[in-house]
Design a protein. Structure first.
Length: 138
């Protein structure tokens, strides 16, 4: 699997250039990043699809639609210890498509916040560890 390497910045996602070329990610980090933070941030991932990302309208398989419930929670709720547990659950739902074709067998998500307005999200997919750091606007 290859994707353009996307990463989080204080102004949301960005791509990387090295020697004039776009950096490619040969792992699943970008796919996970898009699943967690790549939908319409007004879409809560619930039954109401009014604010779903435009490309979801052509996708017929619900498991492959970007809903990004994780992103929605971060954009609409204050970062509290209760929200951290809800983010862990949302991240597991956002990443459930990794289990469709036995890409991974297990998932565990840990959300923490060591400083104000900063989320650290650790995703364990089998033995692979992915860490996402998200700055929350005030």
């Amino acid at each position: 699997m290859s994707d353009v390497y996307l990463f989080q910045t204080p102004n949301d996602g960005d791509i990387e250039f090295k020697d004039g070329d776009i950096t490619i990610d040969s792992g699943i980090r970008t796919a996970a990043y898009l699943s967690l933070f790549g939908g319409n941030n007004n879409d809560g991932g619930f039954d109401d699809t009014t604010f779903t990302w435009w490309a979801n309208y052509s996708e017929t398989d619900n498991d492959l639609k970007y809903r990004s419930e994780t992103q929605y929670l971060l954009d609409t709720e204050p970062l509290t210890s209760n929200l951290l547990r809800r983010i862990e659950d949302a991240a597991e739902r956002d990443l459930k498509w990794f289990f469709r074709d036995d890409i991974f067998q297990s998932i565990k998500v840990y959300a923490s916040s060591q400083t104000i307005n900063r989320l650290e999200l650790t995703v364990l997919l089998d033995d692979l560890e992915l860490i996402f750091v998200e700055e929350i606007n005030g």
